[in-house]
Design a protein around this ligand. Sequence first.
Ligand SMILES: Nc1ncnc2c1ncn2[C@@H]1O[C@H](COP(=O)(O)OP(=O)(O)OP(=O)(O)O)[C@@H](O)[C@H]1O
Length: 514
Amino acid sequence: MFGILAAIKDRLGLSWPATVLLTTGVLVGLGYGAWRLRSGLARMLSGTPQPAAAAQQEAPAASLDGEQAGAELLPAHPELTAALRTAGVIGSEQVIRADQVTISPVQTGEVYDFLVPKGRTYEDVEKRLGTVAGMFGVTRLHMTLERSRDNERRVKLLKLHEPPFTRPFPAPTRQEIETFAGVPLGHDVTGQLAGVPTFDKASLLVAGMTQMGKTTLVNGLITCLLIGYGEFELYLLDGKFCGLTRFEPYATRYESSDDPAVFWEMVRELNRRSDERYAQITEAIRNRQPVPKFKPVIFIVDEAADFFASGATNEEKDQAKQIAEDTRSLVAKSLESGISTVLMTQRPSTNAIPVMVRDQFLYRMCLYVASAGTAKVALGDTYFETVAPINPVLLDPDIKGQAVLFANGRSRLIRGFDFDDKFIWDVVDKRVAKRMESLPEETPLRKAIELLRAKGVDFMTTPDMAPALGILEDDPAKRGKRLNELLGGPPTYKNSQGRGYRLDDLVAFAMSDS
Ligand SMILES: Nc1ncnc2c1ncn2[C@@H]1O[C@H](COP(=O)(O)OP(=O)(O)OP(=O)(O)O)[C@@H](O)[C@H]1O
């Protein structure tokens, strides 16, 4: 090295300090030139030109962060980098590294699995999902984002080939429903089952214009509950008269009516049960006992809007107010009492379901509606400010049963199941039979139920039933009273044959507890 320096010194006729300085300067200059050339080549290969100013800004960060320095040299994924930069998800100087992207085909589209640059998270993509979809040349409905559990920077972006649910998925089998972790409500856009983790401590509002598939969706929900949910009681109010009839044999109480008084009566009955349950909880806490576990009760109302409508007189207005207040209280108290409410409405207008009732619902679903305002009524006033909202107005009204499911702050597009009637009947029959098996064998109530079943009748009068259960009293009043006491107090029913008991009432009574 000394020899080389001496040769340079002789050749240029410089002093020693000047020779050393000059040689060092030239070597540093050459090194910088080589670095510029290399990064320029890397950028050219990745097809992402970078302004000089940005490159200068990035130099210090690169020296702090090994990965970022590596990112500069590694090729970027052109499609994702360009889309996410233009959508404003990542900065113009940032890239999505090609070696951190995998694209895999699924049944209905393809999944882009990638890491966003350091300093960004999946939420940056989620917040701008509509714009990102636009960059891919599709709509928000074609795109679904899933976060990963292992890394905040990992994004799984599903892009559909066709509008969602263009092709129907087959209804799930019993086994698929049984193995689903939670309560399925429908298929997601890839054909997987989607739903909510539990119906315990939850309530659901389902809104959508007429003929969009609400009743079918809720029939699917009840079917899934009967297959996969533990023991529960069902209260059904069929405001459309025949939408929920298939489940009557299992229901603890089934009413088919559009009379607000019937709705109010059911709400009050459930509020009473809820109060009793609260009293038991308080008592347990007071006595330092474990809090009792209650059998879940699920109250489902098909077409609820009419029940809150108010008449013109003051008395009717007061009644409507009281109905709204009682309903709000029921939904709000479901948290601890284990009584969940599902309300459906085809008129999600501002005054159809009172705001104080609506705001209590933990889960909300909206099928196709004609305006964003109506969607807000169903999903909440601030719905469009939530993360990655899906506008129900954009759903295709010809593909029935599609709905935006808004649960735990996240939106999902699903399509309710459309089960065969035969499948539903079979599920109901099996569940009712299972219930019967679980009844204590030798009770008079079970004997009475089996008597009606053996005779193949839905109703039996007191004079016919009493002797079969060992009551040989001749006085009708005394006989009726003794039989009712023996059975434990189930509701009686009167028809043209006289007073007696209906099979459905006896079964429901046998199943109910506080
Ligand atoms: N998931 C689905 N797949 C296929 N067809 C469906 C689906 N959901 C609903 N439908 C069909 O759409 C029609 C309307 O369904 P449904 O009666 O459930 O709607 P609705 O919203 O309850 O209507 P309304 O409020 O007028 O009573 C029915 O013919 C039903 O078979």
